[in-house]
Design a protein around this ligand. Sequence first.
Ligand code: NAD
Length: 388
Amino acid sequence: MTTKKIRIGLVGSGYMGKAHAIAYHNAMVAFAIPKGVLVCEMLADASPELAAEKAKELGFSRSTGDWKTLVNDPDIEVVDICAPNFLHKEIALAAIAAGKHVYSEKPLALNADDAKDMTQAAELAGVKTLVGFNYIKNPTVQFAKQLIERGDIGEVVHFRGVFNEDYLADENVPFSWRLQKQFAGTGALNDLASHIVQLAIHLVSPITSLCADLKIVHEQRPLSQGSSASKGGFGQVENDDQAHMMVRFENGAQGTIEASRIAWGKKNGLSFEVTGTKGSLTFDQETLSELSLYIAEGNPQTQGFKRILVGPEHPDYSAFCVSAGHGLGYNDMKAVEVRDLYKSIVNDTPLWPDFRAATQVNIILDKVIESYENRAWVEVEQYDGEQK
Ligand SMILES: NC(=O)c1ccc[n+]([C@@H]2O[C@H](COP(=O)([O-])OP(=O)(O)OC[C@H]3O[C@@H](n4cnc5c(N)ncnc54)[C@H](O)[C@@H]3O)[C@@H](O)[C@H]2O)c1
C-alpha cells in the first residue's frame, strides 16, 4: 500500500466542511489507510480569520481567506468543495485547470449546463471527481442495492422516495444563502431531492420522464444581521420549500419523489420503498442501520416484513464495528466516501458518483423546473457527454 501523501485542500468549513474533516481522520482508522497518507493540508474560508480559526479546530496545517490560493498551491492534490452551491462551478473549474482532483458537495452545479461544463473539463483533464451523494455509501443502502441487483424482490415496479427535514419549518428561521436562487439555485429540490433522485437512479434505473410540482410555503423570512436581501427587515424567499414529482424509469417502473425542508419532526427523513414482483424493501435514514425486507414466499400466515440489522456480513460495516446491530452514523457514510476517493487516486480506478453521474441529476432537476412551469410531463434526456 502506498505511503505517498495525498494533500487535501478544503474550501468551506461549515456543516459539511466539518463532516469532511472528520471523514479524513475516520477513514484512515476505519479502512487501515496508512497513517498520515491523507493530509489535511489547507483550509480556505470566506475570511482569513475564519479560515485560521477553523483550520485549527478541524486539524488543517495552513489556512487562507482566498480559495484561489488553495487551488493554486502546488502541494494540494485534492480540492474538496464544501462551499455554498453557487461557488462549486468556479472553484471546480479552477481546480481542474490546476490539475487537481475534485471532491465536491452536491448539487454539483446550479444547472445542467454548468454541470456539463464541469464534467467536460474534468474528463479532458483526466482528473478524478467525486460528488457527495453520501447516502448510497451507507452499508444498509449498499445491501439494498445488492438485493435488488440479484433479483431477491423480483423485477422492480415501483420506487417511492422521500427526503423531508424541518430545518426551515419554523418561519422565523433567518434568511440565508439557501433561500436565494443566485447562491443556492432551487430550494428543497437542490438540497434534498437531489439525493433521492440520485438514489432512485442508482437503485432502479435511469429516469426517463417526470411530472413535477414546487411550492414556496414561507415567502419571507427575517433578515439576520449582515444579510444583503432586504424587504423591511425580511428577505424574500426565492426557492421551493417543497418539491414533488412523479417519475418513470427506463425499466418501466413508476415512482414518486418528494422533498421538504419544512416538514416538522423530520430531522434526516430520507426514506425509500422499492416494490418488486416478488417482494419489497423499505429504508429510513433515521434508523440507518436497519432494512425491512418482505419476500412473498412460504406460509402466508407467517409472511411479513423482516427487520434486518446490518452487521459485518454487509458491505463496509466491518470497517467500523465487529458486532452486528450496533449501528453506524452519518459521519461513517462520509468515511466510506473518502475511502473511495483514496482508493481511486491510489489505484487510478473510476470513482462513483462522479461529475458525469451528478450531471444527470442536474439534468433531472432542470426538468423538474420545466415540468412545473409548463404544468406538464417532460422527457428526460440521458447525458451522453456531448457539448450542451
Ligand atoms: N451531502 C450532504 O448530506 C450535505 C448536507 C448538507 C450540505 N451539503 C452541501 O454542502 C455544501 C455546503 O453546505 P453547508 O451546509 O456546509 O453550508 P454552510 O453554510 O454550513 O457552510 C458553508 C461554508 O462555506 C464558506 N464560504 C462561503 N463563501 C466562501 C468563499 N467565498 N470562499 C470560501 N468559503 C466560503 C462559509 O463561510 C462556510 O464555512 C452545499 O453545497 C450543500 O448543498 C451536503
